[in-house]
Ligand binder design. Sequence first.
Ligand code: MG
Length: 222
Amino acid sequence: MARGIFVTGTDTDVGKTAVAVALVRRLVAAGVRVGVYKPVATGNAADAAALWEAAGRPLTLDQVCPQVFPAAISPPRSAAAAGTEVDAALLSRGLEPWTRGFDAVVVEGAGGLFSPLADGVSNADLAGMLGLPLVVVDAARLGAIGRTLATVTAARARGLAVAAVVLSQTTWLDEKAHADPASPWRIAHDSRADLAAALAPLPVGMLAHRAGAIEPPFDVVR
Ligand SMILES: [Mg+2]
């Protein structure tokens, strides 16, 4: 089994790629030879390209993401719209090039934990097959506590290990509005603190919009 992590989300568009890129950069800075893998993408290969650049362009972009389908909808429906289907076996087999010559691999799923990757294969199924612990990402906005606890609880009920939680700020926040408890900044920071208390000793971080690093820093690959 490869060392690494599987970055998943409470939903689609919650900031998984930004978190995966920040984790890759931290590993690269620590001298870790890090591979990156996006099992399937729809719409475009922008996530895969961002991961590839962050890792220093290892192997090829096609090996980062072997399956890309044009319509920006779920992979099985996007593949069907293109007159084909997701290669379910390739979802796990595509990790193999990243298990040789690398110290760790950062995998980014597609959609949320229970979103489909292929007919009958969810992100949770693939994470289990790959044997990788999860980093659960949620958007740093109102509702983060409920969404995150639901996903972490469901992951553990499936027998999946959770390595960390990160709240990802997908939009710019006015950091001057600290005094207002309803400000996005305060909601995000209070949610992070509440989740850290509820999930201790699990690390719970926050990635500010366009920031380079998760705070507080933690290592998810050991
Ligand atoms: Mg993404």
